[in-house]
Design a protein around this ligand. Structure first.
Ligand SMILES: [Zn+2]
Length: 269
């Protein structure tokens, strides 16, 4: 099934109309109806009744994402939500680990207190508890584990932060966020695969598949790292997909003479 992203978006957010100053372009976008003036939507191309949402030179018109560009935005937002949910979940896990590390601390304190109680008793038997290898090992284990857990909590928080920053950036379709997502996600893929060798779960497999798809998709669709013409080709695609641009290109052959013909020939090539 083919989804009409343009009409879906218009149904949700309303049409995006604009009255350009350029007369010829203005005429193409404008219609007088029995119910009053109507303007063509820059997204879906339908005529919408009422005043235009903006006006001015065509070059100042808002760049309304349409078609494939709009579909890409939807996918990015889906990834943004997925990352936000994962980020919040990991923050919760980090908090749990941190709390657990503190309770480990409590266990150690308890142990130390016992040690204080028993120290005089053992001293009586000429046994120095503070230099006992067994006690040392136990103390070290508690300390080590506490620090390890704290480190794990900090690393989890850092990971969650990356996910949340990705989420915000992807939501607003920022190019840096696309790079961050690709690089960070790819960097964590080996860890995800390693996780799978330890214990297989459907959630892990789904996450891995989603992350691989996300990396490939963003790389190709957003033309990162100079792929398929890179940033310039991406911007060109966005521009040429815009409705005003399409209309402008369409109106050119209507003009019979002169430079317009040259221009249309140039556009065609
Ligand atoms: Zn519309």
């Amino acid at each position: 099934m083919k989804i009409d992203w343009d009409r879906r978006t218009c149904a949700r957010r309303g049409h995006a109309t604009y009255a350009p100053d350029e007369t010829r372009l203005r005429e193409r976008l404008h219609a007088e109806t029995a119910l009053g003036a109507a303007w063509r939507c820059l997204r879906c191309g339908d005529f919408a009744l009422g005043d235009p949402h903006g006006s001015g030179p065509a070059e100042n018109a808002p760049l309304v994402p349409r078609g494939k560009v709009l579909r890409d935005l939807f996918i990015l937002r889906f990834l943004a939500i997925e990352r936000a949910v994962r980020g919040v979940f990991i923050v919760l896990v980090a908090l749990a680990v941190w709390k657990f590390s503190n309770s480990q601390d409590a266990v150690r304190r308890l142990f130390d207190e016992y040690l204080d109680v028993f120290r005089p008793v053992f001293k009586h038997f000429h046994y120095d508890l503070d230099h006992s290898p067994v006690v040392g090992t136990i103390q070290k284990t508690f300390g080590y584990r506490h620090n390890t857990l704290l480190l794990v909590a900090v690393l989890l928080l850092a990971y969650a932060l990356i996910e949340l920053v990705e989420a915000v950036g992807l939501w607003y379709a920022k190019r840096w966020a696309e790079y961050l997502t690709v690089v960070a996600t790819a960097a964590f893929l080996p860890l995800e695969i390693y996780e799978l060798t330890e214990h297989i779960s459907w959630l892990k497999i789904a996450t891995l598949v989603l992350n691989v798809l996300a990396v490939v998709y963003i790389l190709v669709a957003k033309r990162l790292f100079g792929l398929r013409g890179g940033h310039r080709a991406f911007e060109e695609e966005r521009q040429t997909a815009s409705f005003l641009e399409v209309e402008e290109a369409a109106k050119v052959p209507v003009q019979a003479h002169g430079s317009a013909t040259v221009r249309s020939a140039g556009l065609g090539g």
